[in-house]
Write a protein that binds this ligand. Structure first.
Ligand code: ARG
Length: 467
């Protein structure tokens, strides 16, 4: 039996019927549909619409559907089901008979789909938070292991200043901590229950909305039935948050691809996550990283598709809203597929500390330290900058570093230079002068590792509280 049809005189065109069906993809909402239907059934019982026997039969039927879906993959192959709501009604009727048709009393698929999607997004956020915590922990672990290893930091892709490798890795920790924060923030607005909103104007039966919300673990109820049945902002927010993760992963992947090239030689690609070339026997290619960079397009594409879908959409429920689902599901499976893989890669990768140190020691990255030596002796910084710049030019001609100049040579640029400058030019002192919170001085970085660890632990705790 269809969920509608009484007012129709002609049969629906079969091709149209198949085309408009969403069961192919909304079947993944089945567990949430069953949970929401259970909550609705209990409210119907409280409202005197279902007898206790009917309620028990319905709840047992819903359980059986869950068991069958989990144990038999073919159970979900149903060409006739229009959507997940129709599927449950059909299955319930075949399991418990007439009483099944009472379950839909006083509700609409419009509130059901809104509820199912909120439950789905909430569960996806909780799962992703765990995966993000794993990823963050590995980044942090690698930062801890790196100890005093150094590397050049770049601006404009030109060597700029030496930094600790740990400091560099912590930059990614910050990005992904923000991503986790965005998910946590989004979850607050997701976690409201639309049940009882009906088709658009509110339920036609006296259903206890608060009880249904509590039943499903929501923190509250949506406030307006028109908005509740047509709102998918939580999906847009969520998928946009996912596209931030995708962009950050893509930036990370690009950097690792560069660093793995012979030109940089900073990282050794793990064989377990690389592939070869069918033509060139010597090749080891960074496919995992390239696909990570490539897949960011799908997720940002999904976010964009959703934004466009909603532009100009009138209130309240419109069938366009069915198009929310596939971009959402695709974005979730893309990111939740990526996170464990990049974590595995990061765990396995080897950093070439020697190459990185060589690069960090070359390229005049102590020039600012030389200028700082002058500034600390009263030289106006603009003059110090100019004079050290001239000294650099001199070194380039001479083929040496700033520390390769004699004190006499240095004094020809500014007589204020004294012998202390040689200590200032050493890599370790260059790092040490960046001694501010958030800077690369080793003690600051050690503190930053501890701070980040606390934040990651908090994500983990929060995730466990929701499990
Ligand atoms: N499959 C539909 C969707 O995803 C469910 C809601 C259908 N509601 C309706 N009035 N046709 O949006």
């Amino acid at each position: 039996m269809k969920m509608w049809g009484g007012r129709f005189r002609q049969p629906v065109d079969p091709e149209f019927e198949r085309w408009q069906s969403s069961f192919e993809f909304d079947r993944r909402l089945l567990v949430y549909e069953l949970a929401a239907s259970g909550a609705h059934a209990r409210a119907l019982n409280t409202a005197g619409i279902l007898s206790s026997d009917e309620l028990i039969a319905i709840l047992q039927g819903l359980d059986q559907i869950a068991v069958k879906a989990a144990s038999s993959p073919t159970f979900l192959e149903d060409e006739e089901a229009e959507d997940v709501h129709h599927f449950v009604q059909k299955q319930l009727a075949s399991l418990i008979g007439e009483a099944a048709y009472k379950l839909h009393s006083g509700r609409s698929r419009n509130e059901q789909i809104a509820t199912d999607l909120r439950l789905y997004v909430r569960a996806a956020i909780d799962q992703l938070q765990e995966q993000l915590a794993d990823w963050l922990e590995i980044l942090l672990e690698r930062a801890q292991q790196a100890q005093d290893a150094v590397m050049p930091a770049y601006t404009h892709l030109q060597r700029a200043e030496p930094v600790l490798l740990a400091h560099y890795l912590l930059a990614y920790v910050e990005m992904f901590l923000r991503d986790s924060g965005r998910l946590a923030d989004c979850r607050k607005r997701v976690n409201l229950c639309p049940l009882g909103s009906g088709a658009v104007a509110g339920a036609t039966l006296a259903l206890d909305r608060r009880a249904m919300a509590v039943d499903l673990g929501f923190s509250g109820m949506t406030a307006n039935s028109i908005d509740a049945t047509s709102d998918r902002d939580f999906v847009l927010e969520f998928v946009n948050a996912l596209s931030f993760i995708a962009l950050h992963l893509s930036r990370w992947a690009e950097e690792m691809i560069r660093f793995s090239s012979q030109e940089y030689g900073f990282v050794q690609l793990p064989e377990s996550y690389s592939t070869g070339s069918s033509a060139m026997p010597q090749k080891k290619n960074p496919d995992l990283l390239e696909l990570t960079r490539g897949k960011s397009a799908r997720v940002t594409g999904a976010a964009n598709a959703l934004m466009v879908l909603f532009k100009g959409l009138p209130l309240a429920y419109n069938k366009d809203l069915q198009e929310t689902q596939e971009p959402l599901f695709d974005a979730v499976s893309t990111i939740s597929g990526l996170l464990p893989l990049v974590s595995g890669w990061m765990k396995a990768v080897e950093f070439n500390h020697v190459r990185m140190r060589e690069a960090a020691e070359a390229g005049f990255m102590n020039a600012w330290a030389a200028a700082t030596h002058l500034v600390q002796r009263g030289v106006p910084s603009a003059l110090a900058h100019e004079q050290v710049g001239k000294a650099v030019q001199f070194c380039i001609k001479k083929g040496c570093g700033l520390d390769g100049l004699s004190l006499e040579e240095l004094r020809s640029f500014n007589p204020v230079f004294n012998a202390d400058v040689y200590a200032c030019l050493q890599l370790e002192s260059v790092l040490a002068i960046h001694d501010v919170a958030g800077g690369t001085a080793p003690a600051r970085v050690r503190q930053a590792i501890l701070d980040a660890k606390q934040e990651i632990d908090a994500i983990r705790e929060e995730a466990h509280a929701h499990a």
